[in-house]
Every structure is written in structure tokens, then in C-alpha cells.
Design a protein around this ligand. Structure first.
Ligand code: COA
Length: 331
């Protein structure tokens, strides 16, 4: 069975920045409350003409350029998102067309904030099956399109952004690099606590659903917080244990960026010191499927992730969903 590595990374955030100070003028909130309760200072917001496939395309294009390959070399494109341009065609199809990735197949994958980790695991198995040599895994979300900017409990949390990782087989002389393992779990009984109620087959779009603001994110923040703190820790602990790893073995933890307090509580319980945990929620907010590649980009830029390092990606989100995956960084 071939091993698989992450061979390139690309990211995109829209240029427009929405600061806490601007939010202070929009809803009854304060910079201090947002910073203290979430760790967020600002987030990027897409202009009206930009949709998820546009950001996904930019991220994938950068990864392709960095790796120096042709788009036609891609075998598959997986897009993790809860904010596709439309239900169908899938965002993967839109990105494939725009990239000119003739011959690739692909699909969208929904697991909310855990979806990038789930897509990375899915893509890894396509390569490890020996049937795919180049798989583009993209996490992209335009959360601003499904946020009610009169609801202070949710509008301060989210931002827009995208990232892409290219997966390829590991060369024979680099057998120690790449994918190690994955653990995931869903608990659908938590679905009620974080959802976009309308627009699907249960509650199709109507004038009434729009009037009742049911196409926006509805969240019981405390329930989500409790699940996140407990499960992100447990899934990381179990994955490390399964692989005989201690906290000291982890060079870098790249957690989903939903709330600074969730991240620090998880890292603390795992015994991973904060200098080995990437936190960039202050500048991006929660970009849902975009957080992990965006945080990985920051780690590389800051010289905190190098070839051979053991990296732990972990995420938790609506569903409820949780997942963690271990890789030895390959470039
Ligand atoms: C949303 C979240 C930041 C709220 O923080 P919290 O400490 O749990 O705050 P609470 O919900 O208990 O609210 C405390 C008070 O702050 C108020 N509040 C909520 N949002 C506010 C805001 N933006 N500004 C000021 N006050 C706010 C509440 O109305 C409440 O007021 P009350 O006590 O008068 O009723 C936190 O619960 C959280 O991060 N949850 C997880 C969210 C998440 O990660 N979602 C994505 C899934 S990955």
C-alpha cells in the first residue's frame, strides 16, 4: 500500500477585514467581550460577488503553482464546505472546471467544522489505495452568507476563507513521512445545537423561512462549547494513545479555530505546551472548513512546521462531529 503525504498548500482569504470595532457599531457587543470570550479581533469577509468556489479555486490554484504541476494531473478534487455555491452542481465540479482539471473526478463533503479533517482522511485513502496519485483536498467556507448580522451571539464568531492541500504518494526513500492515522466520531444527537434549519428538504426555502431567519446559523453556544472541549481532547488523546505517542512527541498541534478557550483547554489537558499549538483565530475568526489549512500556512510562515515534524490536526463541529489525524510533515 503506498503511503501518502501532503506535498503542497494553498490558501485564500478575501481582502476585506471586519473588525470587532465595526461589529460594536452593528450589534450590542464590545471588543473586550469578543476578545475575552473568543480570542477573535478580526475576520475576513467576502465581497458580494465572491462565492465559495472562487475562494476554493484560488487556494487550489496556489497549491498547484507551488507544486509546479499542471491542473490536468489532478485525479480528484474534494471540497469540504457547508456553504457551497449551490446545492448542485457541487463546488468540486465548479472548481474542477475553473482550474481546467480535465479528467479529475470529485465531490463535496459536509461535516461542518470537522470537514477538512474528514476530507483529508478521505483523500489520503484514495492515494493509499493506489488508485490516485494527486488528490486536491480543499476546505472553503463563506460563512458570512449564512450569518445573521443582527445576532450578536453568532455574528462575531465567523469569517470567510479557504485552504487546499495536495496529497501525493510518498517516494520510497521518504517512507517515514506522511499520513499516520485518523480517528473520527459523529454524534447526531447534538445536531439540534448548531444548525442552519431551512433551505433543505426538511424545511424548503419559502418567504416564511426567510422572514423567520431560518437560513442563518442557529447555535446554542454553551452546548457546543461543552462538547467541543470534551471531545476534541478525547479524540486527540485516543489517537495519540493508539499510536503510542505522548504529548512530548507532538511537534505541532493545528486545531480547528472556533474559540481560543476551546483550543487552550484542549491543549492543556493533552499536555501540549502553547508554543506547540497554532492559534490564529484572532485574525480570521472561525472559517469552518478553512481554519486548518489557514493555521497550517501560518505555522509554516512562522517557521514552526518543518519537514519531519509530527503534526496533529484536530477539529470539532456541528453534527456533532469530531476528528483528529496525525501526519509527519513532508516538505
Ligand atoms: C458563543 C460563545 C463564545 C459564547 O460564550 P459564553 O461564554 O458561552 O457566553 P454565553 O452564551 O453564556 O453568554 C453569556 C452572556 O453574553 C451574552 N453575549 C452573547 N454574545 C455576545 C456578544 N457578542 N457580545 C456581548 N455579549 C454577548 C449573552 O447574551 C449572555 O448574556 P446574559 O448572561 O445576559 O444572557 C461560546 O459559547 C462558544 O464559543 N461556543 C462554541 C461556539 C462554536 O465553537 N461554534 C462553532 C462550532 S465549531
Amino acid at each position: 500500500m503506498p503511503k501518502v503525504k501532503i506535498s503542497a498548500l494553498g490558501c485564500y482569504v478575501p481582502p476585506r477585514v471586519l473588525t470587532n470595532q465595526e461589529l460594536e457599531r452593528m450589534v450590542n457587543t464590545t471588543n473586550d467581550w469578543i476578545l475575552e470570550r473568543t480570542g477573535i479581533s478580526e475576520r475576513h469577509i467576502a465581497d458580494p460577488e465572491m462565492a465559495t468556489s472562487d475562494m476554493a479555486y484560488e487556494a487550489a490554484r496556489e497549491a498547484i503553482q507551488v507544486r509546479g504541476i499542471a491542473p490536468t494531473e489532478l485525479d480528484a478534487i474534494l471540497v469540504s464546505t457547508v456553504t457551497p455555491d449551490m446545492f448542485f452542481p457541487s463546488t468540486a465540479c465548479l472548481v474542477q472546471d475553473r482550474l481546467g482539471a480535465r479528467g479529475a473526478w470529485g465531490f463535496d463533503l459536509i461535516a461542518a467544522c470537522s470537514s477538512f479533517v474528514y476530507a483529508l482522511n478521505t483523500g489520503a485513502h484514495l492515494v493509499m489505495a493506489g488508485t490516485h496519485r494527486k488528490v486536491m483536498v480543499i476546505g472553503a467556507d463563506t460563512m458570512s452568507r449564512i450569518i445573521d448580522y443582527t445576532d450578536r451571539a453568532t455574528c462575531v464568531l465567523f469569517g470567510d476563507g479557504a485552504g487546499a492541500m495536495l496529497l501525493e504518494p510518498v517516494a520510497e526513500d521518504e517512507g517515514h513521512l506522511g499520513y499516520i492515522d485518523f480517528l473520527g466520531e459523529v454524534d447526531g444527537s447534538g445536531g439540534q445545537y448548531l444548525k442552519m434549519p431551512a433551505g433543505g428538504s426538511r424545511m424548503p426555502a419559502s418567504a416564511e423561512t426567510v422572514a423567520r431567519k431560518l437560513h442563518y446559523v442557529h447555535q446554542d453556544g454553551q452546548q457546543v462549547f461543552k462538547y467541543a472541549v470534551r471531545k476534541m481532547y478525547e479524540v486527540c488523546r485516543d489517537l495519540m494513545k493508539k499510536n503510542g505517542l505522548a504529548a512530548a512527541d507532538i511537534h505541532l498541534m493545528v486545531p480547528h479555530q472556533a474559540n481560543r478557550r476551546i483550543i487552550t483547554a484542549t491543549a492543556e489537558r493533552l499536555g501540549i505546551p502553547c508554543e506547540r499549538v497554532i492559534i490564529n483565530i484572532d485574525r480570521y475568526g472561525n472559517t469552518t472548513a478553512g481554519t486548518i489549512p489557514l493555521a497550517t500556512r501560518d505555522a509554516i510562515d512562522q517557521g514552526r512546521l518543518k519537514k519531519g515534524d509530527l503534526v496533529l490536526f484536530a477539529a470539532v463541529g456541528a453534527g456533532f462531529t469530531v476528528g483528529a489525524t496525525l501526519w509527519r510533515w513532508a516538505y
